[in-house]
Design a protein. Structure first.
Length: 134
């Protein structure tokens, strides 16, 4: 197997590798990816892309958690009946902080979407509340 030349990878590709590599099996290669990312984010534009990817990945994980939480406690169904409940934020979001700056997140609900935003990083991402229901 040829050794990948990470210096020729885009920041997106590097982030993808970092996400998908088996770091227990390839600890040295994982470290090489981290090093390549660290080098890349010295450039402000690349750092911006890096932060966006980190933020989006974080939100997608929250979305997975949210689906489980909804299944567990019938959150959307209850929401139909209880206005108070409707205005509450699911426990999935409890204690979550911005994955980039560790600041507090601004979570709001809009038309069946949860909008997760960090004012400090100027990043936001909308996750769907009930992805598989029309
Ligand atoms: Zn932030």
């Amino acid at each position: 197997m040829g050794k990948p030349n990470f210096s020729s990878y885009s920041i997106e590709e590097l982030m993808d590798c970092k996400q998908n590599i088996d770091k227990d099996k390839w600890p040295k290669r994982y470290q090489e990816i981290l090093d390549a990312i660290a080098l890349r984010v010295k450039d402000p534009d690349q750092k911006k892309s890096h932060n966006e990817i980190v933020f989006i990945e974080f939100c997608k994980e929250l979305q997975d958690d949210l689906e489980i939480a909804i299944d567990d406690n019938l959150w959307p169904l209850l929401g139909l009946f209880s206005k108070r409940f409707r205005n509450s934020v699911p426990s999935t979001f409890d204690g979550q902080v911005c994955p980039v700056c560790s600041g507090s997140l601004n979570i709001s609900q809009r038309l069946g979407f949860w909008v997760i935003a960090c004012g400090k990083c100027n990043l936001s991402y909308a996750i769907q509340e009930r992805p598989n229901v029309n």
